[in-house]
Design a protein around this ligand. Structure first.
Ligand code: BDR
Ligand code: CA
Length: 321
């Protein structure tokens, strides 16, 4: 079973994804950093959630800011100031792991060398710093799976998604790491929505599902008002589908294609944009040099079976008492 380190910024859909990770994978740790809310808030949310769900994994606070400058994003408009607006999460009774997120990541990768997958559903800061601090890390990790970026419209900027704008330099380090990278962008993830029947099922479920249901209603309301979408998105959980246990999640819900991904790190209006080259060019040598794509560095999600993804997420949340 996939050993998974979750690196996110809970965040309503990150919280859903952590619960999915606990059900679909062998979750071995959580690092919560800056993004939807400040790192101390997202770390507290992660800790409260794993405790409520009975997941016995270390939770460490991630880096509080990006590699350059202060954090340029906030999820308050969508996730509320607490990061999980409306969620009924108890005060955590145990402390955060004393290690910094970057150190927990390196320790777990060393302990599970060849097996560990890192799921990135927030800023890439901790993974990028870990790759710089520990040169053996890229040989220890099996893969990285990311929710972030967009090959279409963005959320933070016209063509940039929050998770990349949060720290473009870090995302560029991950994109250039040479690691096997699964990647799902906002243009596709925003099409997978929990509707009224799904929310009602969670409200009739166990205490864990019931604790998150009001937050998902809040998220749905915000997406309705801001984007005109009718449902609560589950962006971050979708990043886990390619590495989920086949007994729990039918394989093939998401279809990927090789692509070349470049992160725009300049300081103009395109900062944080992901340029995703999916031209499908078969004979680059027949093109002038300046029109040839670089070698693919990611597999990019191009299609998702929405009903199957929603079913898998609702089943995961309903699996908790
Ligand atoms: C991403 O932005 C964040 O607000 C969500 O948690 C998700 O990771 C969607 O674009
Ligand atoms: Ca997130």
């Amino acid at each position: 079973m996939t050993k998974l380190l979750f690196l996110g910024d809970p965040g309503i859909d990150d919280a859903v994804a952590i619960l999915c990770a606990g059900h679909w994978c062998d979750l071995v740790g959580v690092v919560a950093g800056h993004g939807n809310a400040p790192a101390e808030v997202t770390a507290r949310n992660a800790l409260a959630l794993v405790e409520l769900a009975g997941l016995d994994v270390p939770v460490a606070r991630g880096c509080p800011r990006p590699i350059l400058g202060p954090s340029p994003v906030s999820g308050a408009a969508l996730h509320g100031g607490s990061g999980i607006e409306g969620g009924a999460l108890p005060e955590p009774s145990r402390p955060l792991d004393p290690r910094r997120g970057v150190d927990l990541l390196i320790d777990l990768a060393r302990a599970h060398a060849g097996e560990l997958v890192v799921a990135v559903t927030g800023a890439h800061t901790d993974l990028a710093l870990a790759l710089r601090l520990e040169p053996r890390l890229s040989s220890w990790l099996r893969a990285v799976t990311v929710m972030g970026g967009t090959a279409g419209p963005g959320n933070a900027r016209p063509m940039a998604c929050t998770n990349i704008l949060a720290d473009p330099e870090a995302a560029a380090i991950v994109a250039g790491s040479g690691l096997p990278l699964f990647w799902i962008g906002f243009e596709l993830s925003r099409t997978v929505l929990l509707g009224e029947a799904d929310l009602a099922r969670l409200e009739a479920g166990g205490k864990v599902a019931r604790a998150l249901a009001p937050a998902l209603r809040h998220y749905r309301d915000r997406y309705r008002r801001i984007y005109g979408l009718d449902g609560a998105p589950v962006h971050d959980a979708l990043a886990l589908l390619p590495v989920a246990r086949p007994e729990r999640v039918p394989p093939g819900i998401v279809r990927h294609e090789p692509a070349t991904l470049e992160v725009v790190c300049d300081h103009g209006p395109a900062r944080g944009m992901t340029i995703v080259d999916r031209r499908g060019i078969r004979a680059p040598e027949e093109l002038p040099v300046d029109r040839r794509p670089a070698r693919p560095n990611v597999v990019w999600a191009v299609e998702v079976d929405r009903a199957a993804a929603v079913d898998a997420v609702v089943a995961a949340l309903s699996s908790y008492p």
